[in-house]
Write a protein that binds this ligand. Sequence first.
Ligand SMILES: Nc1ncnc2c1ncn2[C@@H]1O[C@H](COP(=O)(O)OP(=O)(O)OP(=O)(O)O)[C@@H](O)[C@H]1O
Ligand SMILES: [Mg+2]
Length: 356
Amino acid sequence: MPHIELLDQITIDKIAAGEVIERPASVVKELVENAIDAGSTAVTVEIEEGGISLIRITDNGCGIAKQDVENAFLRHSTSKIRSAEDLTHLSSLGFRGEALSSISAVARVELITKTREDVFGTKYIIEGGKGRTPEETGAPDGTTFLVRQLFFNTPARRKFLKTPMTEASHISDLLTRLALSHPDISFRFINNGQVKLHTSGNGKMKDVIYHIYGREIANNLIPLEFEKDGVRLSGYLGKPVINRGNRNFENYFVNGRYVRNSILAKAIEDGYKDFTMQHRYPFVAFQIEINPEKIDVNVHPSKMELRFSNQQGIYNLLYEAISKGLHEPELIPEVEMSEIKVPGMSEKKTGKRKLL
Ligand SMILES: Nc1ncnc2c1ncn2[C@@H]1O[C@H](COP(=O)(O)OP(=O)(O)OP(=O)(O)O)[C@@H](O)[C@H]1O
Ligand SMILES: [Mg+2]
């Protein structure tokens, strides 16, 4: 057995990057979440070749001060938490302090950033974990990341990339969710020079739904507003008529974060059970606002999973909200049956419940 040695930092970062950066869409997720945390009101994502050769993300957020630029790329460096205690009341999407170190370990990264207070911005190049000296540069307020040649130094990971078209569609799906979860931010997505998505940022989720999914879905929505036990739900339930063959249209966000959660998915699907056939899934898009102390988002490096302290409670609440929403009278209109003659009820209308 060879003797035991501590790995060097670049190798440590490359290994750790494997958990966070799986494909181009993971880079986009991390960088857009950083832009959201930075208070941006406009975010542009441009990709070439499915993001494999180039991802450029520009925001108009708070920027990074020159003296912090190099530190931002160190593993476990973050401005968002100060101690483990802060994890219990997180309000930001990021908190692990590892996205930038992971991305820069497996790609060629260029950063241009400027805070409102600074006159000049900073340009920093870091490739495969090796950074150059930051330079002063003219720049608008905010931050631009250029990520080139993802996995140029990790061929094992590069091998698992799909075609540029497939990778681009993962990014597109992700951006639809980010846009839905933050209707107050204007998102622009440009794929190979073509604008694929441009939301207004006017704060109205329904407008984002219309923009992304079109008229048929936007015309078949039931507003969802529900509050109980300190949990607030707001957004839209699709009428059962716009059901789908897969779960891709189940959009739910917890405190602004897009997550996958089996309890939430089950509550949604059980809520729709009486209205949809087997193996059909609803369209939903809504926010769940809950006291951050009642959830744990530190479950997986991707930050896509989440635990609720009271799982049964959240299931019951969501199930109740959805059942109530779907049983609203406008969904089950009275159908005139006057042409059917029922003995003893000649002129009176009888009603029948009909599901749309
Ligand atoms: N677009 C941006 N605008 C302003 N500051 C940024 C931006 N991107 C990154 N930063 C700064 O760099 C730090 C490191 O970013 P990084 O994404 O690595 O960690 P994090 O967001 O704190 O945690 P996580 O690893 O969970 O994403 C952030 O805490 C933030 O201070
Ligand atoms: Mg981050």
